[in-house]
Design a protein around this ligand. Sequence first.
Ligand code: APR
Length: 316
Amino acid sequence: MARKKISLIGGGQIGGVLAQLCALRELGDVVLFDIVEGLPQGKMLDIAEVGPVDRYDVCLKGTNSYEDIKGSDVVIVTAGLPRKPGMSRDDLIEVNSKIMSSVAEGIKQYAPDSIVIVISNPLDAMVTLCQKITGFPFSRVIGQAGVLDSARFATFIAWELGVSVKDVVAMTLGGHGDDMVPLVRYASVNGIPVMELLEQKYGAEKAKEVMEAMVKRTRGAGGEVVALLKTGSAFYSPASSAIAMAESILKDQKRVLPTCCMLQGEFGVSGYYVGVPAVLGEKGVEKIIQFKLDAEEQAMMDKSVAAVKGLVDSMK
Ligand code: APR
């Protein structure tokens, strides 16, 4: 099998962790691109020099030249400013649109056959812009948000119930904003509904309140990290989440992961990028998984989609 190649555009906080995770898992050869001279070269040298300790053997290259991303199978984009305390993701739209425009041009020219995973915020708008500029098929331009939002929801559930995070299954849909849709009805501990377990613990009324608090915390979880860090936003968790998506693509695992995908009628949405469960394999998005939402869930989805539309339409 030919060696895989992963290019990372943006060598900041998330970019560095992405590079290290690619190496640790030997996903393929890795190129880290940034406009700042020395930054990607320094990070890749640092990561390469610990190969003998961590026992990975992949080629790691830092660069300021788009030419080096030639032949990439997967490109992950984190170029762009992160939030400061008090900012919403949407506040980044102007500055990050400019950055995304130049990045997408670079990818279009030098990695025309790649599958692109966008992490830069505001996510739903940045994926839309990236697809528009590259002109790649929708199946090859996707966004990371749902894997992380779902992991945050699952983490809070595990802590609340005092069970292992490994046994909690939870998913969020919709946009990567304050109106995202954590799916309470499908949250489970190895298949046992979380609401049933909360009701056993607290009784029906309090259980609802506890779940509402977890939903609220999930929606604001990115901001919670920003407020603590003060100088940037979450980086370990978005990196790991995008790596799960990249790995499913590179190894054709066909995992079902919540992914920011272009919808064409699914969940009643057409022509917008929104988070939904998708099968990720060697072709990118191979299938969007649809299922019935109840009235309350659909109303939340509609609200979240309306927020995405407002943001995306503001770029036009
Ligand atoms: N091309 C390539 N890289 C760029 C460009 C550009 N035009 N402009 C800026 N960058 C680089 C910066 O030099 C920096 O190294 O993008 C990197 C961003 O890194 P950080 O500031 O550390 O931000 P990070 O925490 O990695 O987050 C990146 O992901 O989750 C989102 O909201 C977050 O939009 C932010 C992005």
